[in-house]
Ligand binder design. Structure first.
Ligand code: SAH
Length: 352
């Protein structure tokens, strides 16, 4: 009978210490093992040369180090963006995107297989949510990218929690992931290097504010009024704009962090001057950045991105209204960088 091994990846050092203690390992070994897994990317116990050989064999029999396996990858022609479809231990796969900026390497991680939010322009949600990722599975995506970056003598500098899935619908695992990355024996990353994007789960925003961590919050806004937002994002029926903006304001005042508002521009849907003007009204006097994202067309949806003139005009109206706003730099549209599109393509191709 196959033995199911306990996965150590995703555990804090003291948790590792507790589970290996029953096999006669001293408490300090917890931290040592954690460093091997997280800092040095050890994929098995055999390489952990600071542990006695008999203990390594013992650990091998009882424990695993959950790692992801690359199933597909795409690299943008200019080298700025790489996208990986990573298989989890049960064979399901998620997308992870690496963006190489001049100022550092940023990784976009997925938090769920699929997504339950149902936003009409998004490929991740086409088949609904399949399951939550564990903290270890979210972390494994970053560990994988760190391994990939070793060839360039580089490592992950910042994380955007904007891949497929709704992070606040998988709160505990996402928090574990963020806190784990912060540990010195793990990736030693500051909380400021994390951005968490939500479709607008108000109770989750308040809970995150109460953690007192300086994580940047990004809100997927996409429309400046309830009628039109509900058409694009069904979650707006549950948590309408007034409640969402009030929660974002509480977050900004508790953490002192400027909130980012993502606004995906879809041609002839939410890109008219009146939308821009209404958005100015909403953002005025708020501690906010607006990030405009020309939609990545998903073939199933029939939605198109506005042309550059239209995008520039929208941006100009925001600027004239005194709003901090930028257009998201185009990265990797040649490799379907919008969330869910590579996974969706691999699944659809395998059905054809
Ligand atoms: N569920 C979270 C995080 C994942 S989506 C959220 O909704 O924020 C990350 C961002 O990508 C969101 O702003 C989402 O609206 C946007 N997005 C999804 N599909 C897109 C597409 N086809 N083109 C452009 N942006 C898209």
């Amino acid at each position: 009978m196959a033995v199911i091994k306990t996965d150590l990846c995703g555990m804090f050092a003291d948790e590792i210490a507790a589970v290996v203690a029953s096999y006669g390992l001293e408490r300090y070994r917890g931290r040592q093992i954690a460093e091997w897994i997280y800092r040095r990317g050890a994929a098995d116990f055999g390489v952990m040369t600071s542990l006695p050989k008999d203990k390594r064999e013992l650990l091998n029999r009882h424990f695993g180090i959950g790692a992801v396996k690359v199933q597909a990858e795409q690299h943008a022609a200019d080298g700025s963006t790489s996208k990986f479809l990573l298989a989890l231990s049960d064979g399901l796969a998620v997308e992870t995107v690496l963006m190489r900026h001049r100022y550092g390497n940023s990784v976009c991680v997925s938090t769920q297989v699929g997504c339950g939010m149902g936003c009409i322009f998004c490929a991740s949600t086409i088949n609904g949510v399949i399951r939550n990722l564990t903290g270890g599975e979210i972390l494994s995506q970053v560990l994988y990218i760190n391994q990939f970056l070793r060839q360039f003598d580089a490592a992950v500098d910042s994380v955007v929690i904007m891949g497929s899935g709704e992070p606040l619908a998988n709160y505990d695992n996402v928090l574990r992931f963020i806190k784990l990355c912060h540990q010195e024996y793990c990736l030693n990353m500051s909380y400021r290097s994390f951005t968490l994007s939500t479709a607008g789960l108000v109770p989750g925003i308040d809970r995150l504010a109460s953690e007192g961590l300086p994580v940047t919050l990004a809100i997927s806004l996409h429309a400046p009024n309830n009628v039109e937002r509900s058409r694009l994002m069904p979650i707006n029926e549950k948590y309408p704009l007034e409640e969402l903006l009030a929660a974002a304001d509480r977050y900004a005042s508790v953490t002192g962090r400027r909130v980012t508002y993502e606004y995906t521009l879809i041609s002839e849907i939410n890109d008219f001057d009146r939308h821009a003007r209404q958005l100015v009204g909403l953002m005025k006097r708020r501690l906010a950045n607006v990030n405009l994202i020309p939609v990545n067309p998903v073939s199933e949806s029939g939605l198109l991105r506005p042309d550059k003139v239209k995008v520039d005009r929208f941006l100009e109206i925001l600027h004239n209204g005194g709003i901090n706003a930028t257009v998201r730099r185009e990265m990797g549209t040649d490799i379907r960088a919008a969330c869910g599109q590579l996974r969706h393509k691999v699944i659809s191709d395998s059905r054809n």
